[in-house]
Write a protein that binds this ligand. Structure first.
Ligand code: ADP
Ligand code: MG
Length: 231
């Protein structure tokens, strides 16, 4: 589903992503863990065709990021780190508009389905600018899911949410993971335990650890994280 081979990204002489390779198969929810500046967002922007890598290749559902970026984007639902929503638009209007961008024929129904799915019903008559951070994040998630993509790429989906919202958003993401491939970034260890089947740690742009969570306890993972990110 996701196949990354020797991806490197250099910004102004600085390596933000350094020769990263890994594959993600159907049924996996992968947590991309790493300290601030590790290169998580950069890698995600490359996979979603927002920026090109300096070197390397990636394919999503068999489509190359170089040869067929439009096909890649159709397969992916992306929640960016600083989710740029249209604050003046109403929730419904925005989701119908988003569905329209993908050329869906049933934009209205699809918007309603997403509103239910992510728990936006009580706020669905408001403008996006009137919503709390948690509800804006739900709008972002609804937008990422609207075209029913096979792959979800979520950049720090729960950062800045209060504990109640955290639980709800996590359960939405976990449920999606049953039907889709999910790659999410976080710097919170509990997040990975709560949602993921696999944890990949990156530090200074390099992949430094890759574990299936069935094979490692949360304490071992925490210790490993501190060990591999201490440099
Ligand atoms: P993370 O998401 O893990 O916090 P990023 O991918 O945002 O990390 O950043 C990785 C590194 O690349 C950081 O050192 C950051 O300062 C740098 N970086 C990110 N975006 C740019 C950019 N547009 N221009 C120059 N440097 C950048
Ligand atoms: Mg980031």
């Amino acid at each position: 589903m996701i196949d990354i081979k020797n991806i490197t990204k250099i910004y102004d002489g600085q390596k933000a992503v350094d020769n990263v390779s890994f594959s993600v198969k159907e049924g996996e929810v992968v947590g991309l863990l790493g300290p601030n500046g590790a290169g998580k967002s950069t890698l995600m922007k490359i996979l979603t065709c927002y920026i090109p890598p300096t070197e390397g290749e990636a394919t999503i559902c068999g489509h190359s990021i170089y040869d067929d970026p439009l096909a890649v984007r159709r397969e992916i639902g992306y929640l960016p780190e600083h989710n740029p929503l249209y604050l003046d638009m109403y929730v419904r209007e925005f989701l119908r508009f988003s569905a329209g961008i993908y050329g869906l024929s049933d934009c209205k129904d699809r918007a309603e389905e997403m509103i239910k799915l992510v728990g936006l019903t009580p706020e669905s008559n408001k403008r996006i600018g009137q919503l709390s951070k948690g509800y804006r994040q739900r709008v972002g998630l609804a937008q990422a899911l609207i075209h029913d993509p096979k792959v979800l790429i979520l950049d720090e989906p729960t950062t800045g949410l209060d504990p109640n919202q955290l639980e709800e958003i996590r359960s939405v993401i976990k449920n999606q993971g049953k039907k889709k491939v999910v790659l999410l970034s976080t710097h919170i260890m509990q997040e990975v335990e709560a949602m993921c089947t696999r944890a990949i740690i990156i530090n200074h742009g390099r992949l430094v650890s890759d574990d299936h969570l069935g094979n490692i306890t949360s304490q071992q993972l925490t210790e490993k994280f501190h060990q591999v990110t201490s440099t």
